[in-house]
Design a protein around this ligand. Structure first.
Ligand SMILES: Cc1cc2nc3c(=O)[nH]c(=O)nc-3n(C[C@H](O)[C@H](O)[C@H](O)COP(=O)(O)O)c2cc1C
Length: 199
């Protein structure tokens, strides 16, 4: 006897999954999701596999003027690193968080754990990023998962309030697409599929 899936999961419809694509952050504009819609997205995003139920992730919202302040901090940090940085690079850093009206940083909470490897906990945080992308698109928004140097710079991580055992899994930029995102060629999964056979 087979045990049925929950009714809401029974529909054999992959259309939403198959339509998923990123909208580049610079193509995103206001409006972003309101608070109620964001909450729905986050509720979908936390339904990820999580070995040991460690909850190895949290969310940080970067919105409104905070996006611009973060851009200025990035410029200051970039100039500290490379005082001769060109105007184009400086402008890129200033604008990094300025395009989409909302950026959700998905923060992986790691640290010592006697049972669950760090890689599995980071994988769970990465699943949250992907689920949030899907939820954003299902709610009618465009989204892109970005990292870039700010995700790995200790000064910026401290500024964002990350603890020593925390890492950025992704910055999820969310907003209204200015135009339809072009599709890119997708791999043929069957070309990637082999059968294992005992030798
Ligand atoms: C962990 C991770 C980090 C990423 N960081 C960047 C990034 O910093 N800059 C970028 O252009 N794309 C980055 N990407 C790729 C985009 O999220 C996206 O996959 C790409 O724009 C292709 O679009 P698609 O999702 O429709 O295939 C990253 C993807 C992952 C999984």
């Amino acid at each position: 006897m087979t045990v049925p899936l929950p009714a809401e999961a029974a529909a054999d419809d992959l259309s939403c999954l198959n339509a998923r694509r990123s909208v580049p952050a610079r193509q995103l504009q206001a409006p972003g999701p309101d608070d109620a819609t964001l909450e729905r997205m986050l509720r979908a995003a936390v339904r990820v596999p999580d070995h040991g139920k460690r909850l190895p992730w949290r969310f940080l919202r970067i919105a409104g003027d905070a996006r611009l302040a973060l851009g200025e901090a990035l410029v200051a940090r970039a100039l500290q690193h490379d005082p001769g940085a060109g105007a184009a690079m400086i402008d890129k850093d200033r604008q990094r968080f300025a395009h989409a009206p909302l950026v959700i940083a998905v923060i992986a909470k790691l640290g010592a754990d006697g049972k669950i490897p760090e890689s599995e906990r980071f994988s769970s945080a990465s699943c949250v990023c992907f689920a949030l992308l899907q939820a954003a698109q299902a709610c009618g928004f465009g989204a892109q998962w970005l990292t870039g140097w700010p995700a790995y710079d200790q000064t910026i991580l401290r500024l964002l309030g990350l603890g020593p055992d925390e890492r950025i899994a992704g910055f999820i930029h969310i907003g209204t697409p200015k135009l339809e995102a072009p599709e890119r060629e997708r791999p043929d999964p069957l070309a990637l599929l082999t059968d294992w056979a005992p030798t």
